[in-house]
Design a binder for this molecule. Structure first.
Ligand code: NAP
Length: 313
């Protein structure tokens, strides 16, 4: 099968297309013929030697990737939830190696759900890492109530564009940040207000926030705490030195958490249902063929992705 391997940590020239044997599945896995996959900043960070690189350094060269949508072509002996021919999607094995940059992927059955018929593979694949992250950040720490003021940083990005839609679905008043170029896009997702972070510091134009989804980290933690109500919550998702968020939030009479998305069929089902109902949509910035993985990485690395990048087989 065709696959993209990461030869060593480094630049995009470390990504190479090769032929690999189709993976063998265990009793609890299914074999999926991938139709679409998606990538995230964590793919790029890991390729460059950051992200989950320390966890996989002994498994190099490796096939990266976690976001898949495809067709079940083989079913492990103990799997009763799926049959050959089912169309499924999910976030595979994160933060271990999901090995999604390939025509066939062995995936734990309990990390997958059926893809709604009305949703294409191209729309389903990206709603996995980014969709789960947005959903889990918004629901795992506090119950967002109708009218709560929710601030979403990088609202035009992969996680942010799902988070705006999900926060609106939960009944929140949503303030989203991006540059002016993506203002109309953020508002089209349902955001009540847009802040152009390049025009003015966001803390000068918003206040009384109940919940912050922080996709930037670093100084954004301190700045976000200033616009939050007492007792409010900030969830910080970038990997890196953001662990102080809990301590800093506590000192400011608020709650702070770092979060890493977890594979969960239960949460994936929530996403599948919302996609099927048209309450959640994937915005696709660009579709690349699998062979153009290097260009797809460079696109994500630009930091300017609007919605998601998808690769098709
Ligand atoms: N913890 C986890 O499990 C988890 C899961 C997924 C992602 N993440 C992390 O979350 C972060 C965001 O991921 P993503 O996939 O959403 O990224 P992304 O799609 O690459 O984000 C790109 C978007 O960010 C916007 N942006 C950039 N700088 C901004 C700023 N200072 N203020 C407001 N918007 C800004 C850009 O809009 P403009 O072009 O308009 O500036 C662009 O649309 C990454 O660090 C990623 O690694 C963590």
């Amino acid at each position: 099968m065709k696959a993209i391997i990461l030869k060593d940590f480094g630049a995009v020239d470390q990504l190479e297309q090769i032929d690999l044997p189709v993976p063998e599945i265990s009793e609890s896995e299914v074999l999926i013929q991938t139709k679409a996959i998606s990538i995230n900043p964590i793919d790029v960070k890991t390729r460059a030697g950051r992200g989950i690189a320390p966890l996989i350094k002994d498994e190099m060269p490796a096939v990266l990737g976690w976001d898949i949508s495809g067709i079940v072509v083989q079913v492990g002996g103990s799997v009763s939830s799926f049959k050959v021919g089912d169309e499924v999607f999910g976030m595979i094995a994160f933060p271990k190696l999901g090995k999604a940059y390939a025509e066939y992927v062995a995936a734990a059955a309990d990390q997958l759900v059926l893809k709604p018929e009305s949703v294409s593979h191209v729309e389903a694949a990206p709603a996995t890492v980014a969709g789960l992250t947005a959903l889990q950040a918004l629901t795992q720490f506090v119950k967002i109530k109708t009218g709560d003021r929710v601030l979403i940083h990088a609202a035009s990005g992969g996680v942010g564009h799902y988070a705006v839609q999900l926060a609106k679905y939960l009944g929140a008043y949503v303030v989203g940040t991006s540059s002016a170029a993506n203002r109309d896009f953020v508002l089209s997702l349902g955001a009540d207000e847009h802040i152009d972070y390049k025009n003015k510091p966001f803390e000068e134009v918003t206040s009384d926030i109940d919940f912050v989804l922080d996709a930037i980290g670093g100084e954004y933690i301190d700045r976000s705490l200033k616009v939050m109500k007492d007792g409010g919550t900030i969830v910080c998702i970038p990997s890196g030195m953001n662990e102080l968020v809990a301590e800093k939030a506590k000192a400011a009479n608020k709650h702070g958490y770092v979060m890493r998305a977890k594979s969960s069929a239960e949460d994936m089902q929530v996403i599948a249902d919302l996609l099927a109902e048209g309450r959640l949509r994937s915005h696709i910035d660009k579709i690349y063929p699998l062979e153009e993985m290097s260009a797809a990485h460079q696109h994500i690395e630009s930091g300017r992705t609007v919605g998601k990048i998808v690769l098709t087989m």
